[in-house]
Ligand binder design. Sequence first.
Ligand SMILES: Nc1ncnc2c1ncn2[C@@H]1O[C@H](COP(=O)(O)OP(=O)(O)OP(=O)(O)O)[C@@H](O)[C@H]1O
Ligand SMILES: [Mg+2]
Length: 194
Amino acid sequence: MSILNDLSKDTVIFISGTPCTGKTTVASELNDYLSDNGLDSKLIKINDFAFENNLVLGEDPDKFYKVIDIDKLNECLNKEISQSTDKILIVEGHLSHLCEGADKMIVLRLNPSILKARLEERNYSESKIQENLEAEALAVCSAEAYEIYGDKANEIDASDKSIDEGRDLILAIASDELECPVGSIDFMEWLLNQ
Ligand SMILES: Nc1ncnc2c1ncn2[C@@H]1O[C@H](COP(=O)(O)OP(=O)(O)OP(=O)(O)O)[C@@H](O)[C@H]1O
Ligand SMILES: [Mg+2]
């Protein structure tokens, strides 16, 4: 595929977004796709990375997420990035946008009505589901990513997109063929209709 020819072989791609927007799914597909096409890539799941590096400070009462030391995570991740200059690095997880070091920062967005169904499939409490839906409608991850990356932060609307379509959009951004600066995806209407 020609787009892969334009992809720098040491690009660092971060994929973030509200829980259940599809980060792990699309990041795994991207990693497999790169390998299948003979490119050297590595996938870092940021939660696993935080556990492996003992960066867990405590546990949220809801027990569905751990409180992680973001400063140390940023430090450890950037050490890892500097040691991985010979491969494409994909870092996925909803804490990734709080860290520096991405060449391409991509936030996955999902229409809250679709996100609701996905969150309900998991055993989250009602309040946790509502919190995540409001965070998505208010574009919290995108705003936080913008604070660090400014116009270099991208966001993709993954609503009604297949995993392959999501992967291809990420590849287009990573290859400098597409720019999707944050601010154009608006799910506020969902919130207003609550
Ligand atoms: N493009 C897609 N189309 C339909 N369903 C999808 C798509 N991508 C992911 N999903 C489904 O959405 C659910 C959540 O996906 P996934 O676990 O990848 O999200 P996540 O963003 O990594 O969540 P978390 O933040 O909790 O790790 C899964 O059931 C997955 O199969
Ligand atoms: Mg995940």
